[in-house]
Design a binder for this molecule. Structure first.
Ligand SMILES: [Fe+2]
Ligand SMILES: [Fe+2]
Length: 332
């Protein structure tokens, strides 16, 4: 078993449960290697310029004009969702760092982190290229938001625990998959190319989801009690990437009202994970594990109440986002 360097958390006493978690991760590296190979064999490596030509001779000015004409009809609510999707994708430096910090940057997991980062990097690029080509948003405002988001850092609740990172990334990949696919769908009649792009991105997210979900399944098999404790800490509510963006709640509200992503989607994610991870069927747990299992199984009911509460309080509201040219957006 390869010794893994523990992340340094200055001033803290050595955490032996943390040490054993890294031993568990090292123990199933061969399985992860297989998962990575499976992931790469299923993946189609597309590049943004395959879809949005960027070179002299490949850009068709007539097609570009037609694209801009079609894009003019994209509703402002979809533009808001796209702005949020872009900014969260462009927060990739935060996530590369957090994965490296939590899983180590000089070991096997670094290979996954680099592969994943290279794949994710194209997501922000293609969405950004799209809104630039179509003139869909106030681009300088978008750049300003992105700058502030990266500058302000991102320190979610799962730092310092490698198990938590896999629970978080599993949920987050599925949430972004849903968000991208629905953003494209809402605008599909008006702008099929946007729908095509968001489908492409969401297919990548689906494969990332499968990877993280399967990694955590391995952890559950090997160390069920500690795995459940980690899951119980993360699953009740996840801090979405982008949460530190100014007016994040307003963006999230528009996204929910547009039917793109909301509390009910998160509830469905959790319920699907219960099936995949067979949470209910886990037996031979210790006291800690049983309590965590109980807490986890109660989450959907609580999420249902949250969704009902949010929906019951939701009345018509107007929004205004600088990134959508400061126009007033009325939503039911
Ligand atoms: Fe992504
Ligand atoms: Fe992803």
């Amino acid at each position: 078993m390869a010794a893994l360097p523990l992340p340094i958390h200055r001033g803290q006493a050595p955490d032996h449960s943390l040490e054993s978690k890294y031993e568990v991760l090292a123990d199933f590296e061969p399985v992860v290697k297989e998962l990575m190979e499976k992931h790469e064999s299923k993946r189609e490596l597309w590049f943004p310029s395959d879809i949005l030509p960027a070179d002299e001779g490949t850009v068709n000015e007539k097609e570009l004009k037609e694209l801009r004409d079609r894009a003019r009809g994209i509703p402002d609510s979809v533009r808001v969702a796209l702005a949020l999707n872009i900014v969260t994708e462009e927060g990739l430096p935060h996530f590369h760092r957090l994965i490296a910090e939590n899983l180590g940057s000089r070991n096997f997991w670094n290979r996954w982190n680099n592969l994943w980062t290279a794949e994710e990097d194209r997501h922000g690029n293609i969405l950004r290229d799209y809104v630039r080509d179509t003139r869909l948003l106030n681009f300088r405002e978008l750049e300003h938001i992105q700058f502030n988001y990266i500058r302000s850092g991102f320190n979610p609740q799962w730092t310092g625990d490698p198990y938590k990172i896999f629970v978080y990334t599993t949920c987050q990949e599925k949430a972004t998959q849903i968000s991208h696919v629905n953003t494209g769908k809402v605008a599909a009649d008006q702008e099929p190319l946007l729908n095509f792009i968001t489908q492409k991105v969401s297919q990548d997210e689906a494969r990332h989801y499968a990877f993280y979900m399967n990694v955590f399944k391995e952890i559950l098999e090997r160390d069920p009690n500690q795995a459940l404790v980690a899951a119980a800490a993360i699953l009740p509510s996840i801090d979405m990437p982008g949460i530190s963006v100014a007016n994040f709640n307003e963006y999230a509200d528009v996204v929910r009202r547009s039917g793109i992503y909301g509390p009910r989607d998160y509830k469905r994610i959790i319920e699907a994970l219960f099936q995949s991870w067979k949470i209910e069927m886990l037996t031979s747990l210790n006291e800690l594990g049983r309590k965590a299992q109980e807490k986890i199984l109660a989450i959907p009911q609580r999420l249902e109440k949250v969704a009902e509460y949010v929906e019951s309080r939701s009345t018509a509201k107007s929004f205004r986002f600088e990134v959508v040219f400061g126009r007033v957006l009325e939503m039911a």
